[in-house]
Design a protein around this ligand. Structure first.
Ligand code: 5GP
Ligand code: MG
Length: 224
């Protein structure tokens, strides 16, 4: 288990699995028929995913323009408070464009709902969403997400751009910071078993092929 900053990091999704899924997602995005595509990476958490996904988009034959939107969803500890603030805007005029918002994790959906509404208000023709991870059952309001990398268990993840207090973003995989567990801590032992009982937990539940079809189309599949 990798040790970073003196903490053990348990890998949930490893590098080759992420790379393969990015290639598959790029194919899905290319097949979706976006025109005059502007990719908007939502900072900070999505910067690593966006960097890999746009290169995969090139591999899939697309030539998007790329922009950045910095949003902050205030959090207390590891829980969203519900307020989203615009920290840094895009420079491009989005009028009449197809916009693909890229984010790291979909949880309550407030961040992406805010960004989608903003782009539509400014006259974007079509606004789609690509997230690397989705935590199911957490949406504060209905939100259609067109492209989902992986289903993520309800744990706080780090790495691949995602942080705790600006740390751990550099990890090339998605993982969980493990607390050193005191001896005879039975509650801790139960928690660990629950997270690893699923034999596919390293793949965070496997890839999702859920599009905008809602929960019915929400299931896992293995990489072909
Ligand atoms: P939402 O607005 O969907 O509730 O919040 C999504 C944002 O919360 C993500 O873009 C990410 O910044 C943050 N977030 C949600 N879950 C996690 C997590 O497990 N780890 C980290 N590092 N950030 C998370
Ligand atoms: Mg974020």
């Amino acid at each position: 288990m990798p040790k970073v900053r003196g903490r053990n990091i348990r890998a949930l999704i490893d590098e080759p699995t992420i790379a393969a899924r990015n290639r598959a997602m790029a194919g899905e995005i290319a097949a979706a028929g976006y025109h005059n595509l502007l990719v908007v990476s939502i900072l900070k958490g999505s910067f690593v995913f966006a960097a890999d996904l746009i290169r995969a988009l090139h591999g899939a034959g697309l030539s998007p323009e790329v922009e950045f939107l910095s949003l902050s969803s205030y959090r207390t500890g590891t829980t969203s408070s519900g307020k989203v603030k615009l920290i840094r805007d895009v420079e491009s005029d989005v009028t009449g464009r197809d916009v693909l918002l890229i984010d790291d994790i979909l949880e309550s959906g407030r961040t992406l709902a805010f960004a989608r509404k903003l782009m539509l208000k400014r006259g974007a023709r079509r606004v789609a969403i690509a997230v690397m991870l989705e935590k199911p059952g957490k949406l504060a309001q209905p939100l259609a997400v067109e492209h989902v990398g992986f289903v993520c268990p309800d744990v706080f993840v780090v790495g691949y751009g995602m942080d705790v207090a600006h740390a751990f973003r550099e990890l090339p995989f998605v993982g969980v910071v493990e607390n050193p567990r005191p001896r005879n801590d039975r509650a801790g032992a139960r928690g660990t078993r629950a997270q690893t009982r699923d034999g596919r937990s390293r793949r965070a539940g496997g890839e999702s092929r859920r599009g905008s079809r809602g929960r019915a189309g929400y299931r896992s599949r293995r990489e072909p």
